[in-house]
Design a protein around this ligand. Structure first.
Ligand code: UT7
Length: 325
């Protein structure tokens, strides 16, 4: 019996041109470059300029991924955007992207998984592809978190940035895919009782406004290290993979100390971890596909490499994904 796998056939990304360094932030926020670097590893972030929206960033990332995969817009029949900062309450950001890239023959919708949204989108796309409900899926993480920042709250406003990352997944059977490339598995969980430690304090049915990010950083940090380690270990065990077998860890890029904690727990060499948090900051759902594309373009990640992703976000929602690129 042949089995279908969801194989990544293209990646893309987009970052707004406007780079905001820690020094620049420190001109208006009571903070310093040294504090931000020491506590988070962040050196700079990209912020949109007036008029640039989440779907604009997503569409640019999508176009690059389509170009690399050598596809036309209508070769895609599923578009999923993971975002916590959509252009509008409705319609979905994904339908805006669909129109902007000129796709007229697919289903487009958003998923809400905050900083873990890309893994949720990957999981959903994989189900569609393997159940033959779609043939090619464009999966995008795109965020304009700068609009959700309370610039008077120095404990959160220095942490986030804007950007988008995209992948195109194609359903391939064993004959097209003799080397077993593709998504191997995604392990995810959520716990709604932790709402208070990470959320945006508004929405259509509460305040009628978007709200701003509120986070109890220390609490989120503790959950991140324990939950991400447990998820990574359980995914590796489930698929009978040992950490030494991994070519790369591409984690959610929230804080270098969380990434470093994970790396040590998994006993991975430093040069097996893709780190973009210094230049992108935390771009929420965009951070993993942005880091993936960055590493592919740098010639680090090659076809056939075994990759582990992990992410945690407001919900809390967290998990990991194992794939052969
Ligand atoms: O993507 C979703 C997942 N999110 C995360 O993973 C974030 C997880 N949390 C974190 O990354 C860290 O908790 C932070 C980076 C947010 C904060 O680091 P921390 O080591 O937990 O610092 P803290 O909140 O305990 O603050 C330490 C001190 C405080 O001053 P006092 O009370 O010791 O005098 C803060 O007021 O640092 C102060 N502080 C700052 N100082 C300069 C907080 N923010 C700043 C700032 N600049 N931006």
């Amino acid at each position: 019996m042949t089995s279908l796998k969801s194989v990544i056939i293209g990646t893309g990304s987009y970052l707004p041109e406007n780079i905001v360094t820690n020094e620049k932030l420190a001109e208006t926020v009571d903070t310093s470059h040294d504090w931000i670097v020491e506590r988070t590893g962040i050196h700079q972030r990209h912020f949109v300029t007036e008029g640039q929206t989440t779907s604009d960033l997503a569409a640019e990332a999508a176009k690059e991924a389509m170009e690399i995969a050598n596809l036309k817009p209508n070769d895609i029949d599923l578009i999923i955007v993971a975002t916590a900062s959509p252009d509008y309450t409705f319609p979905s950001c994904a339908t805006r992207v669909q129109h902007k890239i000129g796709n007229t023959n697919g289903l487009a919708f958003d998923v809400a998984g905050a900083c873990a949204g890309y893994l949720v989108a990957l999981n959903v796309a994989d189900s569609f592809l393997r159940l033959k409900k779609a043939k090619r899926a464009l999966v995008i993480g795109s965020e304009v978190f700068s609009k959700l920042l309370d610039m008077s709250d120095r404990s959160t406003c220095v942490l986030f940035g804007d950007g988008a990352g995209a992948v195109i997944l194609e359903a391939q059977d064993d004959s097209q895919n003799p080397n077993g490339r593709g998504l191997i598995g995604v392990d995810m969980q959520s716990d709604g009782s932790t709402f208070n430690i990470l959320h945006a304090d508004g929405g259509p049915s509460t305040t009628g406004k978007t709200g701003k990010i509120r986070m109890v950083g220390k609490e989120v940090f503790k959950h991140a290290v324990t939950k991400l380690t447990a998820s990574a270990e359980s995914t590796l065990k489930k698929y009978n993979v040992s950490p030494e077998d991994l070519d790369w860890l591409i984690p959610h890029q929230a804080n270098i100390r969380i990434i470093e904690g994970m790396r040590r727990k998994l006993k991975l060499d430093e040069d097996k971890v893709i780190v973009t948090v210094p230049k992108h900051a935390n771009t929420s759902a965009a951070s993993i596909p942005l880091a993936l594309h960055d590493a592919v373009m740098a010639g680090k990640i090659k076809k056939g490499d075994l990759i582990l992703h992990e992410a945690i976000g407001g919900g809390l929602i967290w998990g990991s994904a194992l794939l052969r690129f």
